[in-house]
Design a protein around this ligand. Structure first.
Ligand SMILES: [Zn+2]
Length: 262
């Protein structure tokens, strides 16, 4: 099939949703065309075992938010905020952390900026465990400060982990191996999105025993796994990752639609 050049341009333009890849003219045009929803992912720069890059949670935010925006059809995506709150990974080189107070202030100021341009629905999407509590804390405060903007905070960490693990179960991977950090879940997602950054030759089974989130934040991840892994990344697959991105995007897009309609 031969596509006329102008048709190609049209396709590319229609698919542009990331504001850091758009010009201000394009953003103005999108707002005027009714794209009043913006998704703000909140990721991290932290160790993800011997096989995944430190930007893993940030990349997850980029791709999930982008897919959500495409499914919604009337939304744009802000650059993923990072670093995030990664105190429990500070025993590993390369991790950069913010205090919860700093992260909350950054989220607040990003929301003020976006609201001042006319966005009416701001969706906060943490994609790293340590960011959920600060996001849940600051979201109602911002909502009260920006009265005519809907601040939608997707801050149910359990829900996210369950969704990811449900997908992994379809591929024969159990809850423990799917894991909460650099395990089969996150590794699958990265194989689907940025395979070139995954060192599967170095992937090793991490801690798959019992622990609570409170213990993890208190003791730090190294107390559970010397290599910084919870789960078994060797069970990861690109297919599972592709499915996961789609399922998560669909799930969150529906949630956002409901929140806006209410
Ligand atoms: Zn992660």
């Amino acid at each position: 099939m031969i596509l006329h050049t102008s048709a190609l341009h049209y396709l590319v333009k229609e698919l542009k949703v990331r504001i850091d890849e758009m010009t201000w003219f394009e953003i103005k045009e999108a707002l005027e065309a009714g794209k009043k929803t913006v998704i703000v992912p909140i990721g991290s720069i932290e160790q993800h075992g011997p096989h995944l890059p430190e930007g893993t949670d940030t990349f997850a935010g980029d791709i999930i938010a982008e897919k959500i925006a495409l499914k919604l059809g009337n939304a744009l995506v802000a650059p993923t905020i990072r670093p995030g709150c990664s105190q429990h990974h500070m025993e590993f080189p390369g991790t950069i952390t913010l205090t919860p107070e700093t992260l909350m202030q950054v989220i607040r100021e990003v929301c003020y900026s976006l609201a001042s341009h006319g966005f009416k629905n701001i969706v906060l999407l943490p994609t790293h465990g340590g960011n959920f509590a600060p996001t849940a804390t600051v979201a109602p405060e911002i909502a009260r400060e920006l009265r005519d903007v809907n601040i939608i905070a997707l801050t149910d960490l359990k829900e996210l982990i369950v969704k990811m693990n449900e997908v992994m179960a379809e591929y024969g991977v159990n809850f423990e191996d799917a894991g909460a950090h650099a395990g089969a879940s996150e590794t699958s997602l990265m194989l689907a999105y940025k395979e070139e950054l995954v060192r599967m030759d170095l992937a090793k089974r991490g801690y798959t025993g019992k622990y609570t989130t409170s213990q993890l934040f208190r003791k730090g991840l190294k107390a559970f796994s010397e290599i910084g892994v919870l789960g078994d990344p060797t069970k990861a697959s690109k297919e599972a990752g592709l499915k996961m991105i789609d399922i998560l995007a669909e799930f969150y897009a529906n949630k956002i639609k409901k929140e806006i309609e209410l």
